[in-house]
Write a protein that binds this ligand. Structure first.
Ligand SMILES: Nc1ncnc2c1ncn2[C@@H]1O[C@H](COP(=O)(O)OP(=O)(O)O)[C@@H](O)[C@H]1O
Ligand SMILES: O=P(O)(O)O[C@H]1O[C@H](CO)[C@@H](O[C@H]2O[C@H](CO)[C@@H](O)[C@H](O)[C@H]2O)[C@H](O)[C@H]1O
Length: 467
């Protein structure tokens, strides 16, 4: 067997070059200056499997990341893209995608055991059996999820933060409330960061035969656009009934989170802080995306109005990054996934009490996205554009009606908070401009088109802030 210490030391030096090529690596905007190992835990000896937490330094910031390293000779061809370096004549690679070794993580959770500083646990009463090989899900994500025998899904959080991850925390709370709108939480893996426990993995029941909301919604928009003469409620793929049920599911999750973890009303300081955060985000996005400048004054005016919000604003734990790609339609109803919040937001923000209207705004933005992205790359055709926008309006309304039907009195109908909801939607669209600029530049026009439309609805003419 190779000596793990001799192997990991030199391998860590190869990471500054390797990390930026990984989809889940959140720091692709600047070079990695240094990587150092924070903890090394041997999980298996032959083939060698090592759990590694590293600190990644980049210019003015540093963040801990989690890796699973294995060493095998020869390295099977399908794992070639995971190769990091060859040490002591043996290829070393990121092993989350290796079905021959990743079953070890599930086995350890099933056993409920500690290895070094890693605690593998199953939730009280949860039945977890090991002995399964894992396949990573192929979609492009901020973390790495491994599916075991269509029974379990294990998410390995890549960028780590001290403490309990909000995804685990909120799933636990919802499970205690008997929520029907989450995939059951079955276990977790906890490591250590700076002497504090830190969640590194979360195990859930894998839901088979489910379709994500984005796939369903975009199919429905396509159907409506393909049949321009029929009224929307007569088009085969009409989604409004689903949007209504989805609104009900989101409101029920908010009710449950408030019951489980409490909430409070925002005071004036809190509203002022919210407005400041919106301006700060806009400032930083304006630097990167000059096309946004023309809308800055109208955006700022919409943010400022939040200070004068009339009536109480309830605050509580929320999902934080809700969109159609984060919801699954199962045979029985809608499930919400991934309660981690926006991947780029600091943990302090992701773990704070916030208005549930943020989630509503996120979902409303997503209906808009589904409609607008269908127009990307299409020839300008007013009839098609109107049809896509009609789809968005219809489904946004259905979602709000569903939400209002199931929300308890603390929030009620989201449309009753029009000023705050609009500001939150615009703030989310500004976030999306930054997200698309950094990740999918060909989609930048989608949130920009929404900002143009939302600011136009206010009857204000865009003018360049800079002149
Ligand atoms: N319990 C589950 N059952 C079935 N599929 C799931 C489940 N949890 C997640 N997924 C799938 O995995 C994808 C990634 O999960 P997510 O929690 O959003 O990860 P990330 O934090 O990396 O964005 C989801 O979009 C969904 O398609
Ligand atoms: O799913 P993540 O938590 O990684 O969220 C990030 O990526 C999303 C894209 O995958 C991005 O969502 C944006 O695009 C979606 C369509 O692909 C759309 O449904 C959302 O409304 C839109 O915001 C999300 O913003 C980002 O945080």
């Amino acid at each position: 067997m190779s000596d793990p210490a001799e192997l990991i030391g030199p391998l860590v030096h190869a990471l500054p070059e390797w990390l930026p090529g990984q989809r889940w690596f959140g720091g692709k905007d600047r070079p990695v200056s240094e990587v150092r190992a924070l903890s090394t835990t041997v999980l298996a000896e032959e083939p060698l499997l090592v759990h590694l937490i590293v600190e990644v330094r980049q210019a003015d910031r540093s963040a801990p990341y989690q890796l699973l390293i294995a060493s095998r000779d020869p390295l099977p061809e399908y794992l070639g893209s995971s190769w990091i370096g060859t040490e002591q004549g043996r290829p070393c690679y990121e092993a989350a995608g290796d079905a021959d070794v990743n079953g070890r993580l599930l086995d350890l959770i099933a056993e409920g055991t500690r290895v070094g500083s890693l605690e593998f646990e199953h939730e009280p009463g949860a039945e977890v059996s090991g002995g399964l090989r894992g396949r990573p899900i192929t979609s492009e994500q901020s973390n790495t999820s491994i599916v075991y025998g269509n029974q379990y899904i294990l998410k390995l959080f890549r960028k780590l933060s001290p403490g309990e991850n909000p995804d685990v925390r909120l799933h636990r709370a919802l499970q205690r409330q008997g929520s029907e709108h989450i995939a059951p939480l079955l276990g977790s893996i906890t490591g250590e960061l700076g002497g504090e426990p830190a969640t590194v993995g979360m195990l859930q029941r894998f839901i088979t035969d489910a379709v994500d909301g984005w796939a369903m919604a975009t199919t429905s928009v396509r159907d409506l656009m393909a049949d321009p003469e029929l009224p929307p409620d007569q088009v085969g793929g009409d989604f409004a009934g689903e949007s209504h049920r989805l609104g009900q599911a989101v409101a029920t999750v908010h009710n449950d989170l408030r019951r489980a973890l409490g909430g409070q009303l925002a005071d004036q300081d809190e509203l002022d802080r919210t407005v400041k955060t919106m301006h700060d985000r806009l400032d930083s996005v304006l630097e990167a995306v000059p096309q946004l400048r023309a809308y800055a004054p109208v955006l700022r005016a919409a943010f400022e109005k939040v200070r004068d919000h009339d009536g109480p604003v309830p605050m509580q734990f929320i999902h934080g990054d809700l969109h159609l790609g984060q919801v699954l339609r199962t045979v029985t109803g809608w499930l919400l996934l991934d309660f981690e919040g926006e991947p780029a937001a600091p943990v302090s923000e992701r773990s704070a009490l916030r208005s549930p209207l943020r989630d509503v705004a996120g979902m409303l933005r997503s209906f808009d996205y589904a409609a607008h992205q269908m127009l990307v790359g299409q020839p300008e055709e007013p009839r098609l554009t109107e049809r896509a926008l009609e789809w968005a309006r219809r489904n946004r309304t259905a979602f709000c009606e569903g939400y209002a039907k199931s929300a308890d009195d603390a929030i009620g109908d989201p449309r009753a908070h029009a000023v705050l909801l609009r500001a939150l939607e615009l703030d989310k669209a500004v976030y999306e401009v930054a997200y698309e600029h950094a990740n999918r530049p060909e989609w930048l026009g989608v949130p920009l088109a929404s900002i143009a439309q939302l600011t136009d609805e206010a009857g204000s003419k865009p003018t360049d802030e800079a002149g």
